[in-house]
Design a protein around this ligand. Structure first.
Ligand code: NAP
Length: 298
């Protein structure tokens, strides 16, 4: 019988993309969620639903039972390290043979003293390395679906490109490219060695993005240097601090490096910022909302 793959964070931004790809590949998928009804709406009976919570070890044990591979993702927050370590240990007890972890961006791990989320992800990476289970750590750069949504919203309102990172360049990556790499790492016959640093194929400043936007929209587009980062109402102190630290590190140029990992693993170029903006600006704006439903950027 084919092996079951447990997907944590399945109902989220990246997790949904991973689940749909695994189903396309006829994989047997179990999703961990606190929201059974939402999972049912998304996938019906095409996935096995394990209702559970990172903070409830019994539910993790039940979710991990009989699984061979695990996609490990949890949101940024005070409990990130504890939550992910609990999933790893449950997977080990269940006899799983491989874990694919979505970690922090490479520059948050390298600058863990300046990034509480980088420090939390680094703690999980160390735990994983010490457990002796085959694993692949993916360290994606800033996601287009998060970091570029304020740009999409401003452009839709007829505005300029907000320069939240000053003059720094960033190699934004599409979450679909991250999902493609993750699914490859989960389903390849042999585990991929990591950590894999995932970026887009180009590093762009706000000014360069404004030039792209002008080309797409056929109107002059400038750069708004006074753009303040507005926190969504419901995020906690840990996440607020983490986001502020991202802004500082990105502004210092740490998110500018470009790797060829997406191309190397998937055999195709990562999506461009121009491709992303064209698609988003062609799509109708959601009513009463300025974003695709993206909650915040991390
Ligand atoms: N955005 C970026 O630029 C970026 C860059 C690098 C790394 N990352 C990493 O990506 C991750 C965030 O991914 P995302 O944006 O896809 O997440 P997301 O959309 O916020 O989704 C969070 C998921 O976690 C699940 N979850 C939350 N609390 C849970 C709990 N107590 N027990 C069980 N499940 C729980 C939710 O499931 P239910 O609600 O269904 O239970 C949901 O599926 C973070 O670890 C972040 O560090 C992001």
């Amino acid at each position: 019988m084919a092996a079951t793959i447990l997907v944590t964070g399945a109902t989220g931004r990246l997790g949904q993309r991973v689940v749909s790809r695994l189903l396309q590949k006829q994989a047997i998928v179990r999703v961990l969620t606190r929201r059974r009804e939402d999972a049912l709406k998304l996938w019906g009976d095409r996935v096995d639903i394990a209702e559970g919570n990172f903070s409830d070890p019994a539910s993790l044990k039940e979710a991990a039972r009989g699984t061979d591979r695990v996609f490990l993702l949890s949101p940024i927050g005070e409990t990130l390290a504890a939550d992910q370590k609990a999933v790893i240990d449950a997977a080990l007890s269940a006899g799983a043979s491989r874990i694919v972890k979505i970690s922090g961006s490479d520059w948050t791990i390298a600058n863990a003293a300046r990034s509480i989320s980088g420090a939390a992800h680094a703690e999980v990476e160390t735990h994983l390395a010490g457990r002796g289970i085959a694993h692949t750590v993916l360290r994606p750069n800033a996601w287009m679906q998060v970091a570029l949504e304020p740009v999409v919203a401003a452009l839709r309102n007829g505005g300029d490109v907000p320069a939240r990172f000053g003059h720094a360049a960033v190699s934004f990556i599409d979450a679909d490219d991250i999902a493609d790499v993750a699914v490859h790492a989960l389903t390849a016959s042999a585990p991929l060695a990591g950590p894999l640093v995932l970026t887009g194929g180009e590093s762009l400043t706000a000014l360069e993005i404004a030039r792209i936007a002008a080309r797409i929209l056929h109107r002059p587009v400038g750069v708004a240097h006074n753009a303040a980062s507005v926190f969504p109402p419901h995020i906690g102190a840990f996440e607020q601090k983490a986001i502020s630290e991202f802004g500082q590190l990105i502004g210092d140029g740490f998110a500018a490096s470009v790797t060829d990992t997406v191309d190397r693993i998937t055999g195709r170029q990562p999506r461009s910022v121009e491709g992303y903006l064209r698609a988003r600006l062609a799509a109708a704006a959601p009513q009463g909302d300025h974003s695709e439903g993206e909650k915040t950027w991390r």
